[in-house]
Design a protein. Sequence first.
Length: 186
Amino acid sequence: MSRIGKQPIVVPAEVQVHIAEQQVQVTGPKGAQTVTVPRTIQVRLEHQQVLVRPTATTRQARALHGLTRTLVANAVHGVVEEFRKELDIVGLGYRAQVEGKTLTLQLGFSHPIRVPIPEGMTVKTPKPTQLVILGIDKQRVGQLAADLRALAPPEPYKGTGIRYVGESIRRKAGKAAAGSTTTQGA
């Protein structure tokens, strides 16, 4: 049995959990989420705790046990406190600006890149070189952050590009100066 899967999920007082056939509906102050549960997994609500148990002993049921528990726990966490990803933009002239429901990025190309902000998500720019992505769905927040990072991934020579806050980039030395070595002969 999964060590993660057998842990109960404590439901805060401001969160309502409704369990239908193979759907878990979680509603809280920040919004609502629905998690689809595989047929080999059973979800129960007992004493303000959600319990996730496999109904079969197959390999697939064991594999999905911990995953399902984590997805439901993320839904409960997301409707109370939004998930957050922070990105830094490094480079001369690189900057970001939010205009309504559109994120405009200047990333050294001849044109600005305009990215629509998905429904239910918030993008903030506390500084022109910093992005903060907020949302109740952990997967969607992470995917948007990865998509934005893919527009200009950090390069190893100058370190310019979009990177996660706290991410370390392995830098390469680059070319050595041509005249720095002395040659003998001639």
